[in-house]
Design a binder for this molecule. Structure first.
Ligand SMILES: [Zn+2]
Length: 171
């Protein structure tokens, strides 16, 4: 939440503006609108196993997550997907179809919207960065026993698992 004016540095006050309490600066008149953060998550599957990363930092340190992260201001979502997977696992991917779009309100860093993409693994030289404790490919049976991070990733992972099980019926 904004406490000081980002234009002139004076403390803000909270006033009813356009049907909501919003931070505004009485000194310069600026109004600060809050927006959802935009992020991208990626489902990379190989031979019926899904790539998950174990978070090395809070929130959800130690829990498992899809490779994901915030979109930079000049990125297309597919670029964010490629960059985040590269940063968190070292893998090169080819981004495929949009798998889902969800909002969330369970992240202490702020409410957001996340776009999930399915992707194919192109090249795998596994290296993790400081934000990642571990990573690997896991079967639906393994994933169901793992502690997951965040409602959105959990939802997208569960949809992936459900799709695997549907596929198995037809194979
Ligand atoms: Zn101001």
């Amino acid at each position: 939440m904004v406490r000081f004016c980002q234009n002139c540095g004076k403390p803000v006050t909270f006033q009813m503006i356009e049907n909501r309490m919003r931070a505004m600066c009485e000194a310069c008149g600026a109004v600060f609108y809050e927006h959802r953060k935009v992020s991208v998550g990626v489902r990379v599957a190989v031979d019926g196993k899904l790539l998950l990363v174990q978070r090395g930092i809070d929130p959800w340190k130690g829990r498992w997550h899809l490779p994901s992260g915030y979109m930079e201001v000049d990125e297309e979502p597919e670029q964010t997907a490629e960059r985040e997977v590269k940063e968190e696992t070292g893998f090169t991917i080819k981004v495929g179809r949009l798998a889902g779009v969800y909002t969330y309100a369970d992240d202490p860093r702020g409410n957001g919207i996340v776009l999930f993409y399915d992707a194919q693994l192109v090249k795998g030289d596994f290296t993790v960065n400081h934000e990642t404790m571990d990573a690997g490919f896991f079967s639906p049976q393994e994933i169901m026993k793992m502690p997951l991070a965040g409602t959105c990733a959990e939802r997208s992972i569960n949809e992936w698992i459900a799709a695997q099980q549907t596929n198995e019926v037809f194979q």
